[in-house]
Design a protein around this ligand. Sequence first.
Ligand SMILES: N[C@@H](CCC(=O)N[C@@H](CS)C(=O)NCC(=O)O)C(=O)O
Length: 338
Amino acid sequence: MKKTILTGALLGAAAALPAAAQDTLATVKERGMLNCQVGLPTPGFYALADDGTWSGMDVDMCRAVSAAIFGDPDMVEYQSVTSAVRFTALANAESDMLSRTTTWTAVRDTQLGLDFTLVNFYDGQGFLVPVDSGITSALDLDGATVCVLTGTTTELNLADYFRANEMEFTPVTNENVNVLVETYLGGGCDAYTNDKSGLAARRSAFPDPEAHVILPETVSKEPLGPVVRQGDDAWANIVRWVGFGLINAEELGVTSENVAEMAANPPSPNVARLLGAEGNIGEEMGLEPDFMVDVISAVGNYGEMYERHIETGIGIPRAGSLNAMWTEGGILYAPPFR
Ligand SMILES: N[C@@H](CCC(=O)N[C@@H](CS)C(=O)NCC(=O)O)C(=O)O
């Protein structure tokens, strides 16, 4: 019952928007700013510096879309809200897009008035415990108290995993990740559970990261990516193809360093189309023909983003992971720009 009301409210919010308000590109251009939703500050994905500057893998996706529209990655107003209210904020048009470690699921895609654009990070859920607990496997967690963020897939998978393994647990919940992490560090729960990237992100900011270990089990699939409101296909296409463009750029060897030179002298038809020297992909999307030149100049290709924020940033190696390029044994694979 509760779920029906919530779903209805969210759908109502999206449907109540007048048709013109669903021309998100026009709205963003008129406003002169992209409203991009991130979560509460999280190293690697959406980190907030003391001077108020945002950075990270997901922030770069906001900056990339801004560069595609304005030729400038900094025309972004960041909206930082908790996971629990993220979809309502998007449905109410407080944000134009959401770029914040959000898992693509059937219910979210089909019942909440949302559209998932692409997967730009393949993740899975894990558990973080203090090394001195002696726990070495998630299967040792029978009877444990587990800290978990509300309004996440994490919460649902946690219950599934313990039930499937006939284990008991007591959840310790909060919608604010900072409160939850403080609770964990203060000994208020035996384990902290989240996407493994989220665990690495939090651990990297602990006073003594070495005192905590991510257990080996991965208990779910968490395909993460940017989300838009349902009902504006042209806008969804922009976010989707900026994301695919970043992945294609890496595959084709186009980097922030060589993009200007490659645009002037494309080494292949694929590069020529990606950078707008051939074809009309950009114009048909309502963008400049060379919008990907602005995007790649601003944030680099996918590999550069990953290296900067995830590998160097929070220490998650890319080689051998799902997020490696498909040509290198991973599953990162973007449809072609043609
Ligand atoms: N992918 C899951 C979990 C998302 C999540 O919890 N993200 C972590 C970082 S990887 C977090 O702490 N986010 C902070 C926030 O949502 O405020 C979902 O979509 O529900």
